[in-house]
Write a protein that binds this ligand. Structure first.
Ligand code: NAD
Ligand code: TDX
Length: 339
């Protein structure tokens, strides 16, 4: 089985590459990644010499490069993780989100049509459903919840989702989609809440909590997400959407407090800053369908996963130190300087 994994040098994609090489030692995994600021070749270092792994630096929007790779590898399955993924960046500069997340998806699916494929899997997000109110804990996102986006990021992901379903209906492309809640774990880029707070706390720097800190996210350990995708591409039905989440809702401020406690740092580091524009209040996935149809259940409890994650950042400074020096400093100044 030949599988092209796009965006495999990023957070979830790299964890998926590791998972697949381990779970299916007879598969060939080809990672296609543009290596944007979020892609890191050092992450893939441990598998670079694996004869079942190949890395190709290319842009999913580059039709020629994508076609060439399909011609060479004749993939059975394509799993598309490649995306611009940070909501705050999408508020600053929406254009690149439309290019990569929508146009890039169409280029990949056109190659799938041209060369034939057993399955095209689109890695999507719970953010396409918009948000839920804090005072209705009985409400959850199901696969039938209407698309109702808030940010340029989530709108670009929703646009891609609609296109994927349209390629299925119009051209009969064998697609599947997963919409997952917030992931956390190793190799998470330190612009996102959990790694940003861990690394800043380690440096005794202020921890910028948006608004009142009461926004709720539904956290899933990254390995559980990778296992869900592995199941869907093998056993999920063509043309279907699967929500992925572990019923693990937490307010941002509680996560930040937990990180401080684990690191033995004072809560005085917490700084409330100007809220994110259009900030979604609460995300909460109903994972009944993937549980009933495919038997998936999350395996890592948040209490264990967050401790493992903090330990990973403590043990892997060599991974994140080069990232936070250089351009990252300018990013932090630009995004948080006047908050
Ligand atoms: P990430 O930002 O860490 O990684 C994205 C990767 O895609 C990087 O390696 C980057 O170099 C690559 N990439 C970007 N533009 C590209 C292009 N034009 N061509 C080729 N490669 C390109 O993102 P992530 O957090 O790992 O998210 C992966 C996918 O999962 C995304 O589609 C995201 O929408 C989705 N998702 C993420 C989460 C989450 O909590 N992080 C939750 C649900 C869904
Ligand atoms: O400095 C911060 N302070 C803060 O309070 C940052 C970076 C975030 N936050 C808040 C905003 C959110 O309520 O923390 C929450 C989580 O923020 P992010 O880590 O930026 O994630 P989110 O916006 O929820 O989106 C993530 O989950 C869904 C991923 O980045 C998306 O790619 C995925 O689709």
């Amino acid at each position: 089985m030949n599988i092209i994994v796009t965006g495999g040098a990023g957070f979830i994609g790299s964890n998926f590459v590791f998972h697949m090489l381990k779970a299916h030692p007879d598969y060939r995994i080809i990672c296609l990644d543009k290596l944007t600021y979020a892609g890191n070749l050092s992450t893939l270092e441990p598998v670079m010499d694996n004869p079942n792994f190949r890395f190709v630096k290319a842009d999913i929007c580059d039709k020629e490069a994508v076609d060439k790779l399909f011609e060479e590898e004749k993939p059975d399955i394509v799993v598309n993780f490649a995306a611009e993924s940070h909501v705050d960046r999408s508020i600053e500069n929406p254009q690149i989100f439309l290019e990569t997340n929508i146009i890039g998806t169409s280029v990949l699916m056109d190659a799938c049509r041209k060369y034939g494929i057993k399955r095209y899997h689109q890695v999507s997000t719970d953010e396409v459903y918009g948000d839920l109110p804090l005072d209705r804990p009985d409400l959850f996102f199901t696969e039938e919840t209407p698309i109702h986006t808030s940010s340029p990021y989530s709108s670009s992901k929703a646009g891609a989702d609609l296109l994927v379903l349209a390629y299925h209906r119009t051209y009969g492309l064998p697609v599947s989609l997963s919409r997952c809640s917030n992931n956390y774990g190793p190799y998470h880029f330190p612009e996102k809440l959990i790694p940003l707070m861990i690394i800043r706390a380690l440096h005794d720097e202020s921890l910028p909590v948006y608004g009142d800190g009461m926004n709720v996210r539904d956290w899933l350990y990254v390995e559980d997400h990778c296992k869900a995708i592995d199941l869907i591409i093998h056993e999920g039905k063509v043309g279907e959407v699967y929500n992925v989440g572990g019923h693990n809702e937490m307010a941002n401020i509680d996560i930040v407090r937990l990180i401080l406690k684990e690191l033995n740092k004072p809560e005085s580091l917490i700084t409330y800053v100007t809220d994110r524009k259009g900030h979604d209040r609460r995300y909460a996935i109903d994972p009944t369908k993937i549980h009933n149809d495919l038997g998936w259940l999350p395996e890592t409890k948040f209490a264990d996963g967050i401790v493992k994650t903090i330990k990973w950042y403590l043990d892997n400074e060599a991974w994140w130190q080069p990232i936070i020096s250089g351009e990252y400093q300018n990013y932090y100044e630009k995004m948080y300087g006047d908050k």
